[in-house]
Design a protein around this ligand. Structure first.
Ligand SMILES: Nc1ncnc2c1ncn2[C@@H]1O[C@H](COP(=O)(O)OP(=O)(O)OP(=O)(O)O)[C@@H](O)[C@H]1O
Ligand SMILES: [Mg+2]
Length: 460
């Protein structure tokens, strides 16, 4: 089904041109010549994206934005505001009021379709989130939206979220990869007074430095070669809402300095701009690094660290809250069965045991992927141990009680080390602790075996 776009503009020619362009690109289009007409249309159809003129008689862009924001089922629809060229005031005002973006008249066709595409991608993401949230709501369970967990450590996390949500404190969310840091950030926003405003995510590791800077702070037209138009940065987009800086440990020294100032003064300038912009945003940050260690190594500014670490939430790895494994597995089973239209059955007892015994180096994300795959493989039958990857099975077999890890997911040296450790332990066990015999089995000399045993702290 093609995406539905609503265009609101009182200038008939302009509206029709835009509608035609969008139809040619495969979108379904609805047209309204003013806000009142638009609201009438919105009673029967919910578009995926809205283009709206700013200045219109009767009901202008500003009122339309306010109307949408207050309607729960419409608040998610991205709105691209059409403004006259050069009227940056209305553009900024529009973005402040929650518009996704703006385009200027006269139209640049490529710019328009690009903006529409981006907005639609954004909107489908939001829809998924909304759907999941409403599903979670029906069961009446998960206390923090989509965050599932009943273990002691997770209840502590929920409590922390509850305590800090209402405040404007900066929160540093720490935890291994895949533990749910982003969900925690979303929950903080969702339970805050800022919930009607945006939750803006920036992955600090995803962009090279100069691009990240203009992504965060925006840039003026002509600030650098590719800066054809003015760009509103993420901090500005987060106005009134929350900005989530993910993978904060990867920030370069120069951006660390800039961020420090933003946190201290709540002001910034667009790249290439002179105007100082004061913003109202709440900052949440996350890292899977040991940030204290990074500070000790002088790779991360200590003053910035303290600014971020006002409140800290540590999300524990899954292996430290094993009682959540089954709850989460069942949640993912329901979710992926529904998504794939496969009837939900359940897990066999031995597959549950297997999950409970596994170490989950990739945490909840690994469990989620595993269950998704198992659902597809089981095709409506009970999920059995053989529907999980072999690494999980070997974890349960009890042949060695040490932590099982997915060797292929580790950095090279670590995985080689893990493998050596594993081979040596097995050889020692098979040789009943006799080192000469174990060295023979491994076809290495005894001295090397001793050295490795010391290196890896393997006791005889
Ligand atoms: N408590 C939870 N309840 C439900 N789903 C969860 C939970 N924790 C994590 N997930 C799911 O696991 C996946 C990974 O979570 P998320 O992206 O929040 O992890 P992360 O800590 O940000 O990881 P990374 O450091 O790799 O970015 C997501 O699909 C998320 O929905
Ligand atoms: Mg993340």
């Amino acid at each position: 089904m093609s995406d539905l776009i609503l265009i609101i503009d009182d200038e008939a020619n302009l509206r029709r041109t835009l509608a035609q362009i969008l139809r040619e690109r495969g979108y379904a289009v609805l047209e309204a010549s003013n806000g009142v007409e638009a609201i009438e249309l919105l009673r029967h159809s919910i578009p995926d994206l809205i283009f709206s003129d700013w200045k219109m008689p009767e009901m202008g862009g500003e009122q339309i934005l306010r109307y949408l924001r207050d309607a729960p089922h419409l608040a998610m629809i991205p709105v691209i505001v059409i403004t006259a060229f050069g009227s940056s005031d209305s553009a900024i005002e529009a973005v402040r009021l929650g518009a996704y973006d703006f385009v200027t008249k006269p139209f640049d066709l490529d710019e328009i379709s690009l903006t529409a595409e981006r907005a639609l991608a954004h909107s489908s993401l939001n829809r998924d989130v909304a759907e999941l949230r409403s599903k979670a709501g029906h069961n009446g369970n998960p206390p923090a939206g989509r965050l599932i967990g009943t273990s002691g450590p997770m209840l502590e996390v929920f409590k922390m979220i509850g305590k800090v949500a209402e405040t404007d404190s900066t929160v540093l969310i720490c935890g291994e990869s895949g533990t749910g840091k982003e969900l925690v950030a979303e929950a903080i926003h969702k339970y805050s007074q800022r919930k009607a405003k945006r939750f803006i995510v920036v992955n600090c590791a995803a962009l090279p430095d100069h691009l990240l800077e203009s992504e965060l702070f925006g840039h003026e037209r002509g600030a650098f070669t590719d800066a054809i138009t003015r760009k509103i940065g993420r901090f500005e987009l987060a106005e009134g809402g929350t900005i989530f800086l993910d993978e904060i440990g990867e920030l370069s020294p120069s951006l660390q300095a800039k961020l420090l100032r933003v946190l201290q003064e709540r002001t910034f300038e667009r790249v290439g701009g002179t105007e100082t912009i004061a913003g109202d945003f709440r900052v949440l940050a996350a890292t899977n690094r040991d940030l204290e260690a990074t500070v000790a190594e002088k790779l991360f500014r200590e003053d910035l660290f303290y600014r971020l670490n006002v409140v800290r939430i540590s999300v524990p790895p899954l292996r430290e809250r094993r009682s959540d494994i089954v709850t989460l597995a069942e949640h993912f089973l329901r979710r992926y069965s529904e998504e794939n239209n496969i009837p939900t059955v359940g897990f066999s007892d031995d597959s549950i045991l297997m999950l409970q015994a596994y170490s989950f180096p990739g945490n909840v994300r690994e469990l989620e992927n595993m269950v998704e795959r198992a659902v597809v493989m089981a095709r409506g039958r009970v999920v059995m141990p053989n529907h999980f990857p072999t690494r999980v099975e070997t974890g349960q077999s009890g042949s060695s009680r040490e932590v099982q890890v997915d060797l292929f997911s580790l950095p090279f040296h670590k995985s080689v080390a893990e493998l050596e450790k594993h081979l040596i332990k097995n050889a020692l066990r098979d040789a009943a602790g006799n080192k000469t015999e174990a060295a023979n089995r491994l076809q290495i000399n005894r001295r090397l075996l001793y050295k490795k045993m010391v290196d890896y702290e393997i006791k005889d």
